[in-house]
Design a protein around this ligand. Structure first.
Ligand SMILES: [Zn+2]
Length: 112
């Protein structure tokens, strides 16, 4: 059991509105909906900065995960910032590694 913040009477744990005074218990506001994809995208993007040896695959996964997390961010109220950060870092990582791989490929081509 819990107590109503307005009238102090004992109400059901799951009650959204107090049955005695009709005031909202406000518990739904406390539910955190963590944007897990945002965290995943951010982590993969960070890792991709060091994983360029795998032909930018990690960067692409990071960008895709973050982009999906961005699209779904309206559903969540926590960790949405990580989705944005993941997207930016993923794109930077993709561009940096793309340049490195293109440079490496032209160097190898020039040597051969
Ligand atoms: Zn009440």
């Amino acid at each position: 059991m819990k107590y109503c913040k307005n009238c102090g009477k004992e109400i059901d744990d799951k009650a959204v509105i107090c049955v005695y005074c009709g005031v909202k218990t406000g518990d739904e506001e406390h539910t955190k909906k963590i944007n897990g994809l945002g965290i995943a995208g951010f982590v993969v993007s960070i890792l991709s900065l060091w994983l360029g040896v795998y032909f930018c695959i990690a960067s692409i996964i990071g960008v895709v995960l973050s982009a999906v997390a961005m699209v779904l961010k309206a559903k969540y109220n926590s960790c949405n910032g990580l989705a944005i950060a993941g997207l930016v870092i993923g794109i930077v990582s993709l561009v940096v590694w793309a340049i490195i791989w293109i440079a490496a490929a032209s160097l190898i081509a020039a040597l051969v």
